[in-house]
Ligand binder design. Structure first.
Ligand SMILES: Cc1cc2nc3c(=O)[nH]c(=O)nc-3n(C[C@H](O)[C@H](O)[C@H](O)COP(=O)(O)O)c2cc1C
Length: 175
């Protein structure tokens, strides 16, 4: 059994996927982990859109000028959105859900990549959020934080080297 510490060390961003699909039970576990993510005041401001359609994935891959191409290879993508009317800290809620799903995927040996949408633009200078909202019929008041690409790994990334951690970023008692 993998310990949580091993999982944290092993998790790396994966941007190359095989063509293999994920099983329904794998997808279910990933979605369940999103739904069990902690959220401010337990208000669960997030909403998730699961995309498996290759044509839609190809369109989503053009959400940004850089860093969204990975979506074209994904077996599935989960678009992480949230309702700012439900929580003023929806960004934090949606970020926590994003990483929790990535960790669940890693535990299943599935690779993932966080594609940032909020505050980003397409190559044509359109807001990435507006671009994604249009493709997926997302209501006006809902915000899009990220899209997570998931798939079977087609690259090997080395785990973190504990000898190289940035301990200088840890301040004891005072800055
Ligand atoms: C807030 C955030 C936004 C990110 N956005 C992107 C992105 O748009 N495209 C991408 O390929 N990777 C993205 N990443 C992945 C980072 O590039 C990656 O986590 C970082 O380089 C460290 O590598 P590691 O995840 O393998 O440890 C993002 C990660 C975070 C936490």
């Amino acid at each position: 059994m993998t310990t949580f510490n091993e999982l944290i060390k092993r998790r790396r961003t994966i941007r190359k996927f095989t063509e293999e699909l994920l099983s329904p039970s794998e997808v279910e576990l990933i979605l369940k982990s999103g739904l069990m993510s902690p959220a401010s005041k337990n208000r669960n401001s997030w909403e998730f859109i699961v995309v498996e359609d290759k044509e839609v994935l190809s369109k989503l891959a053009k959400s940004k000028s850089h860093g969204s191409n990975v979506l074209s290879q994904a077996a599935i993508a989960v678009v992480v959105t949230a309702n700012p009317l439900v929580s003023d800290v929806w960004t934090e809620d949606a970020s926590v859900a994003t990483i929790i799903m990535q960790l669940q995927a890693e535990d299943l040996g599935i690779g993932s990549c966080w594609v940032q949408i909020r505050e980003r633009e397409t190559e044509h200078g359109i807001s990435s959020e507006e671009y994604v909202k249009e493709i997926l019929d997302i209501p006006l008041h809902i915000q899009v934080l990220s899209i997570v690409a998931f798939g079977k790994k087609n690259e090997i990334k080395t785990p973190f080297d504990e000898e190289k951690l940035q301990w200088e970023k840890i301040h004891i008692e005072k800055w």
